[in-house]
Design a protein around this ligand. Structure first.
Ligand code: SF4
Length: 170
């Protein structure tokens, strides 16, 4: 792992792809997600999806990286989401899991991105182009979160379900 960016999590990567303002707020540990119905519902879906599936999944906690579903035998990371509306951010999050695992000496892991409500699953792989992109994301995230100024509000469709909407639209 690049020692210059030890505090960047997969959540940082995901928010970087959604909204710089959200990323900045999250980094300052204003964790309003804990009170968000959308996030709560997502967690419920995750807990109850595929309950009849054999328990192949283990939690992997490397301290700086926590992955809820890891199959060490098949080397697969699984991420379960409610809706594919923000799929580009979900894919980036899984790419980052794979990248961080590789940095930790666990190479050739593939990702499964699942949307149980939509009965949809896609596979996610790391490539050299993605590795290069991730290094760029890390540098940009570092720049954004270190800024003393909160990034300006840029309204988007996603705002209405964002956990920070009360902060942005008082
Ligand atoms: S409400 Fe909109 S502008 Fe504010 S943090 Fe969320 S996505 Fe960003």
């Amino acid at each position: 792992m690049d020692k210059q960016f030890p505090t960047i999590s997969a959540t940082h990567i995901s928010y970087y792809h959604l909204c710089y303002r959200k990323l900045w707020l999250f980094h300052r540990t204003i964790k309003m997600e804990q009170t968000s119905d959308t996030v709560y519902e997502g967690k419920l879906i995750e807990e109850h999806a595929y309950t009849r599936r054999p328990s192949r999944w283990r939690e992997l906690n490397l301290g700086y990286l926590k992955i809820d579903h890891f199959d060490p035998k098949e080397k697969i990371v699984r991420e379960v989401k409610k809706s594919p509306k923000l799929e580009h951010a979900h894919v980036a999050q899984v790419h980052y899991y794979l990248y961080m695992l590789e940095q930790a000496g666990i190479p050739e892991v593939r990702g499964l991105l699942e949307y149980p409500k939509h009965r949809r699953t896609s596979e996610v792989y790391l490539t050299d182009a993605i590795r290069s992109d991730i290094r760029g994301w890390e540098a940009e995230i570092q720049r954004i979160v270190e800024s003393p100024q909160c990034p300006p509000l840029v309204q988007k469709t996603y705002c209405k379900t964002c956990a920070y909407r009360d902060f942005c639209f008082v």
